[in-house]
Design a protein around this ligand. Structure first.
Ligand code: PGA
Length: 315
């Protein structure tokens, strides 16, 4: 295909903004120059890439295909740049991380400790849930991801580096907060506030409930750990969250961790990359740092209570 990099770059910007004007602004070009590049690309391809109804620009089917490939080409070029920078002994690379909000506090501590050793690198962090993270990996939109165990069939390189215990939390004045060795069956009468579909915490929680033959009702679903903790603190119900999200709440006594038999559900944090990904120097240093030193940088809030069995297989 006889297309130029400039045409691809212009096309990618128009496709991302769905606007010729905004693409022109981003690329410091005039709008006619942008339209000309797109037109030439369409001529090479022999198919229209955009359709315009009134002021609304949308991608044609060919445009959507082209967007997928042009993004992949840009990302590979960025990757080449970073890898070559590493070969030149550069410390300046960029690290594109994606993490779940559940691992947010831990990630910030890890990044801060890493940056004390390598102050020159820049980074960006995309924060989403498990489903979003798997998508970022599939589209090659980041260097590394921190998440619960990824599915085998996703062809990813994943190394476990830390335990991720999930616990049941309640408002401190909840009657169960004073009890010990609560049998899981007693939770059946309780109302739960639960995470959104696509959350790894939610999948583990559903597995736990299914293992005990029930499904938590209540109809209270929230797309963030922060919202779950606030709802629990306000007395709306019980929640199941990672201990790693409870640093502040436990210190301030805003929620109580219930002593439920078979809890915590023991999951693990993994550092994950695409199998074919060539990591930049800074990304591979960060990966090594996480695998070897995360345990000394970050300690699970509240600590793990001993003598508890995992309720579901580790994930
Ligand atoms: P979350 O956690 O999706 O529940 O935020 C990520 C994970 O467990 O993989």
């Amino acid at each position: 295909m006889n297309v130029t990099f400039r045409q691809l770059k212009v096309f990618e910007a128009v496709a991302r903004h769905l606007s010729f004007t905004r693409a022109a602004e981003e690329l410091f070009l005039t709008q006619p120059a942008v339209s000309m590049q797109v037109k030439q690309l369409e001529q090479h391809i022999g198919l229209p890439l955009f359709e315009q109804v009134g002021k609304k620009v949308s991608l044609t089917e060919a445009g959507r295909e082209m967007q997928f490939y042009s993004r992949a080409i840009m990302q590979l070029l960025d990757e080449a740049d970073e890898v070559l920078d590493g070969l030149r002994g550069g410390e300046r690379g960029h690290l594109a991380l994606a993490v779940p909000s559940t691992a947010n506090q831990m990630t910030m501590q890890l990044l801060a400790a890493f940056r004390r050793r390598h102050p020159a690198f820049t980074f960006s962090i995309d924060i989403t849930n498990r489903e979003g993270l798997l998508r970022r990996l599939e589209l090659n939109e980041c260097d590394l991801v921190i998440m619960g165990k990824p599915p085998e069939e996703a062809n990813l390189d994943a190394v476990a580096f830390m335990e991720n215990p999930l616990v049941v939390i309640a408002a401190p004045d909840h009657p169960l907060a004073a009890r010990t060795r609560i049998p899981p069956a007693s939770l059946k009468q309780e109302t739960f506030v639960i995470r959104e579909p696509g959350s790894g915490t939610r999948i583990a929680m559903e597995r736990f409930f299914a293992g005990h033959g029930w499904h938590p009702g209540g109809g209270m679903e929230m797309a963030s750990n922060e919202a779950i903790k606030q709802a629990v603190e306000a007395g709306l119900g019980l929640g199941i969250v990672s201990l790693h999200t409870l640093d502040v709440e436990l210190a301030a006594g805003r929620v109580a961790v219930l002593d439920v038999d078979t809890f915590p559900i023991l999951r693990h944090w993994y550092i994950v990359q695409r199998q074919s990904k060539r990591l930049s120097a800074v990304a591979s240093r960060f990966r090594e740092f996480v695998i070897s030193e995360a345990g000394t940088v970050w300690h699970t809030p509240g600590g793990l209570r001993s003598g508890k069995a995992a309720a579901v297989p580790a994930g």
